[in-house]
Design a protein around this ligand. Structure first.
Ligand code: GRF
Length: 188
């Protein structure tokens, strides 16, 4: 099973995948110098920087990627890549979709919007990537309570620790199982 992980930042979700023994073939970063690359290096996983979408698609084909995990990947993938890997690209979003998704909804912006709205719960969502922004079918979701004194920063941290780092590896293991089962039935 060829799993590749796309990153653009600190890579705490990548670390959660590493810690849960997900067999990652390659880490691709859209940016130089991000800590996610160091995490890959420390775990002995090959990592490359690719900024250009044509090169990205080429690389995915070259290594025969079967599951592509966007773990804090900040670029929007072009339709060409999304169509080539239908139901094979997943993303983690730090809110309960379909609320608080879409353009501009990333990082602390999400948690600020959730608090401004007065929400009493929030969480994270693992979903398939389609041509919209944060609109693909939901694979996994988990909610936590918002506390009276929460700030965007405290909420972000709690959602990462209690939700993202838990549901992302679980969802990936689940999908790996599905693909391996289809291989063994000769459906690959
Ligand atoms: C996470 O909050 C994730 O939900 C969002 O981007 C952030 C990435 O953080 N898509 P990290 O790079 O995994 O630490």
């Amino acid at each position: 099973m060829n799993v590749i992980v796309l990153v653009s930042g600190g890579g705490t979700n990548l670390q959660a995948l590493i810690d849960k023994n997900i067999p990652i073939k390659l880490v691709i970063s859209s940016k130089e110098g991000v800590y996610a690359i160091e995490r890959a290096n420390k775990a002995g996983i090959p990592a490359v920087i690719i900024k250009n979408n044509d090169e990205l698609l080429e690389k995915m084909c070259e290594i025969n990627a079967e599951l592509i995990v966007l773990a804090g990947y900040l670029k929007i993938l072009p339709a060409e890549i999304i169509n080539a890997y239908k139901e094979r690209i997943i993303n983690i979003h730090p809110a309960l979709l379909p609320s608080f998704g879409g353009k501009g909804m990333y990082g602390l912006n999400v948690h600020k919007a959730v608090l401004d709205y007065g929400c009493k719960i929030s969480g994270a969502t693992v979903h398939f990537v389609n041509e919209g922004v944060d609109t693909g079918r939901i694979i996994a979701q988990k909610a936590i309570d918002i506390l009276p004194n929460d700030t965007p920063e405290t909420l972000q941290r709690r959602i990462m620790e209690q939700v993202e780092w838990v549901i992302l590896p679980q969802a990936v293991w689940h999908l790996i199982g599905d693909v391996e089962a289809s291989h063994s039935q000769g459906n690959s």
